[in-house]
Each structure stands twice: as structure tokens, then as C-alpha cells.
Design a protein around this ligand. Structure first.
Ligand code: NAD
Length: 354
């Protein structure tokens, strides 16, 4: 018999084209008058535009967000927050900028408005991953969950096709793992199914024509749905492996998701027949793991770890398998070091065994 727990997350979401125009009224609605605008260095010009739009509601800019949310950078930003008597944050950018905003909100309990410009989905979760002395630590708290998210498709039009593809596969991974989450429920399963369907149709259109606004809107919508999944139910082996590889070897976040996802799905498939049926339907395929591998390839993502390894070498797979098998966490199929080692070996060469 059906039995579940459903936790809805309390975020206000504004979605569309030109929605950035709502920002001043959203700042006002939260009762803020001295917000700090956050961005990565590459998006400083967009962030300046937001400061201009906010006028006297803005107390300036901090354009130094960086990947994996290092605590040292957060401490640096925190000094600015105190110095300028900041009462809230506006973050424009991808998961890295959202990460900085969450880290600041966690420490100050100040409200956040996030304007996502990638498909990472972090804006919809109460989870913060931050790095300190080479280790990535994860925290979960209601203080971390942003109060308002403004999705403006216009601000995603400049996302390069190569980043759009991998970032889209990052979103896809949230929805796929939600389908077999231990704490899944009917609402999240519906959302996950629609997310997979929407992303699979939209992302190839974005790659073919990055200026196709309808395709961009669909991809952003799919990313929002995936973000809801990520924030609502527990993730499993795929997210653990990407976390381990990112933490140990500093592999690029979205590219790692794109490489690993088909391999984890092929590994988990025998243990999750219901999810596989949903995925067959959503991806219109008889073999979802192979379909995801082909999709990543179609989107121009690298399909082997070897291609994105940087300073990581084949020998390092042993350490990755060991760390990923420690501190047992829930996964629908048992995790053994040998099977994880072999999964990683296949991912290293880009050889999918379904
Ligand atoms: P990112 O934020 O680092 O962005 C990638 C690059 O794209 C950056 O150089 C950025 O400036 C650029 N960029 C972003 N939007 C652009 C646009 N519209 N036009 C042009 N350039 C643009 O990468 P990401 O993949 O979005 O985020 C990765 C980070 O997010 C990782 O640190 C990851 O751990 C974190 N994350 C956290 C969660 C969570 O729930 N806590 C979820 C997903 C990702």
C-alpha cells in the first residue's frame, strides 16, 4: 500500500523572460535595504547591472565567488558583509555563486535572492558543500535555503554551449537519482519524470542553437524541476561518487556528473525496476543508461573520466573507490569496493557496460 512522507520546501519562485525586472520589488518585499550583490569574476558585468537596477537598495558588489565554496573566500566576503552592514544577498550566477550566498546566509541568517544562470539546481536546496583544507564538507539547514529564486531565461542565453550541456547533465542526475531515492514520494517522482523528459528534449536544441530562447526556457524549467528533486529527497551513489572525485581530485563539477551518471544508472538498474520503467518512458528508450550516455555525447560533454582527469591518474581510481565505499550511505544496490572500482574503470575509459 502507498505510504510516504512529503516535505515541501518553502521557496518563492519567479520564472520567465525579463523577470529580473521584479528584483527591486522582491528586495523590498523582504524588507531589505542594503543587499550585497554576489557573482563570479566572469559575471561581474551582469552583477554591476544588478547593482544599477537596485539603486540605493544595493550596498555594493562582491564578484569573487569561486568553485567548491572555499571557507577562506567565505570569510573574506563575511568581512565585507560586516563592514557594509549588509542585510541580505542577491546572487547572480551558477552553483559556485549560489554556494557563496548560502555559505554567507548560513553564517549570518540573512535572506537570499538567487538568480541562477546555469542548470546546477543548487538554488532549490537547503544543502551547502564547502571546502576547507582540501576536504569538502556538506551541511544542511533551513538557513541555507534561499527565500526567493528568480529564473530569467534572458540571463542564461550567454551560457556557452559546452557548459550548457554538462550543466544540463548535472540537472539530469538530480532527477534520475530522485527516481530511486529511499525517501521518494509520488509528487517528487512525477516532478523527476517531467524533469528528465523536459531536459532530454530541450538540451539538444540548446546545443544546436544556443540562442533558441524557447529551448533555453525549457532547459531552465527542467533544471528547476531537478533542483526541487535534489532539495527534497536523498541522493545516492552517483552524487557520492561525484562528490568524492571533486573533493579528492578537484575534477570539474558538471563534467564529472555528465561522465558518471550513465555508469551509476547501469550499476543500479537491476535494483530499481520501477525507476527504469519511468526512465524508459521519459527518455523514449529501451536502455536508459545507454540513452544518457548518448545524450551526454550528443551535448558535446566528455564521456570518459580520462578526458577530464587533470592531474588525476588511472592509479587514483583505487583511492576514489576506497573513499566512496567508506562511511556507508544508502544506495539501492549494495556498494562494494570491487564493484565501484570496476564502475570507475569503465567511466575512466568511457566504456559503458549495461
Ligand atoms: P559555476 O557556477 O562554477 O559556473 C561555471 C562557469 O560558467 C563560471 O565561470 C560562470 O561564471 C560561468 N557562467 C555561469 N552562468 C553563465 C552565463 N549565463 N553566461 C556566461 N557564463 C556563465 O558552475 P555550476 O556547475 O553552475 O556550479 C558548480 C558548483 O555548484 C559546485 O561547487 C557544486 O558543488 C555546486 N552545487 C551545489 C549544489 C547544492 O545543492 N549544494 C547543487 C549543484 C551544484
Amino acid at each position: 500500500m502507498l505510504s510516504f512522507v512529503y516535505n515541501g520546501l518553502p521557496a518563492r519562485v519567479i520564472f520567465g523572460s525579463g523577470t529580473i525586472a521584479d528584483l527591486p520589488s522582491e528586495v523590498d518585499r523582504l524588507g531589505l535595504s542594503r543587499v550585497l550583490v554576489l557573482s563570479a569574476p566572469a559575471q561581474e558585468a551582469d552583477a554591476r547591472g544588478i547593482c544599477d537596477r537596485l539603486g540605493k537598495l544595493s550596498a555594493g558588489l562582491y564578484p569573487h565567488a569561486t568553485m567548491h565554496t572555499p571557507v577562506s573566500r567565505t570569510d573574506d566576503a563575511l568581512a565585507v558583509v560586516r563592514d557594509r552592514n549588509i542585510d541580505g544577498f542577491v546572487a547572480i550566477g551558477g552553483g559556485s555563486t549560489t554556494g557563496l550566498s548560502k555559505a554567507l546566509a548560513y553564517r549570518t541568517d540573512l535572506p537570499q535572492i538567487i538568480i541562477p544562470t546555469t542548470y546546477a539546481g543548487s538554488e532549490m536546496t537547503p544543502i551547502l558543500g564547502e571546502t576547507h583544507e582540501g576536504q569538502k564538507h556538506t551541511k544542511s539547514s533551513t538557513r541555507i535555503l534561499p527565500e526567493v529564486v528568480i529564473y530569467d531565461v534572458d540571463l542564461t542565453m550567454t551560457l556557452p554551449a559546452s557548459v550548457s550541456g554538462t550543466s544540463g547533465m548535472n540537472a539530469m542526475a538530480h532527477a534520475v537519482e530522485a527516481m530511486y531515492a529511499k525517501d521518494r514520494n509520488p509528487v517528487i517522482s512525477l516532478i523527476a519524470t517531467d524533469a528528465v523528459k523536459t531536459l532530454a528534449l530541450a538540451l539538444p536544441r540548446v546545443i544546436d542553437n544556443p540562442l533558441d530562447k524557447d529551448a533555453r526556457a525549457d532547459a531552465l524549467y527542467g533544471a528547476w524541476l531537478s533542483g526541487i528533486c535534489l532539495g527534497s529527497v536523498g541522493m545516492a551513489l552517483h552524487h557520492k561518487l561525484c562528490h568524492v572525485l571533486g573533493g579528492l581530485f578537484d575534477l570539474p563539477h558538471a563534467d564529472t556528473h555528465a561522465v558518471i551518471l550513465p555508469h551509476v544508472l547501469a550499476y543500479n538498474a537491476p535494483a530499481v525496476p520501477d525507476a527504469i520503467e519511468r526512465l524508459k518512458d521519459a527518455l523514449r528508450t529501451t536502455d536508459p543508461a545507454a540513452a544518457l550516455f548518448d545524450l551526454a555525447d550528443r551535448l558535446g560533454a566528455k564521456t570518459s573520466l580520462a578526458e577530464i582527469a587533470g592531474s588525476m591518474s588511472l592509479d587514483d581510481l583505487e583511492q576514489a573507490a576506497q573513499v566512496a565505499s567508506q562511511n556507508q550511505y544508502w544506495n539501492p544496490r549494495t556498494i562494494e569496493i570491487e564493484s565501484i572500482r570496476s564502475l570507475l574503470q569503465n567511466a575512466w575509459t568511457g566504456n559503458l557496460r549495461t
